[in-house]
Design a protein around this ligand. Sequence first.
Ligand code: PGA
Length: 252
Amino acid sequence: MLIAANWKLHKTPRESEEFCDKLLSLNWPTELSVALFPSALCSGAVSSVLSRATKAKLQWGPQQVSTEVQGAFTGENSARVAAAMGATFCLIGHSERRTLFHESDLDVRRKVAVALEQSLRPLLCVGETLTERTENRTTQRLTEQLQAALKDLDSTDKLVVAYEPVWAIGTGLVASEAQVGEAHQTIRRQLSALGFPKSVPILYGGSVKAESAGGLARTAEVGGFLVGGASLAVESFYAIIQASASALGLQR
Ligand code: PGA
């Protein structure tokens, strides 16, 4: 199981370092992988703390990368640079990127390919809006997003998918276990149809807290969490790690 923190545009380098130091002083079962997604300007601080830690314990990645690897692209982040700094993951296609920064399905597809070429594991986010859900178009939307991002891509177990219903992100509304179970089955079926192995983890994201993590961790096809708001304080993030570990019966 993978538990990931999406810090969005929060934290200074100093706050990022303090978070990493505190989290590294805590323990969790080796079956749980933990990853941090700091803002681009805090990547150096995170990478330098984590380079002194056991690599497997805590990994990190950028919240987005350019479709380009290098060149005249002012203001962009390069997957190549992130990999050189020790990143192992890369968030791609988060709904905030898609809606606020107009990332198209084509951009998302190119970013997944660039991340893989640069040896980063793409953590591809998909999810329906409230309108799409109320109009019974969740399956259709998830299928479209997965096909647009992954069709004709060589199969790989490096991929991670996050199901993030847009209506649950930052709203305090958590999708129910039944809704998550159904969406994750849809994603799993679509990944299989596209040739991706069963080992590709499917995370859930959207207002996850320790109180909801236990039940969701036991839901079929839930391979972890992508956590926004509750990942900003070590205490609430670690509580999610602990709740997941105890729901799965893992020992420290
Ligand atoms: P949230 O954010 O946990 O604050 O809903 C999740 C995300 O945007 O990845």
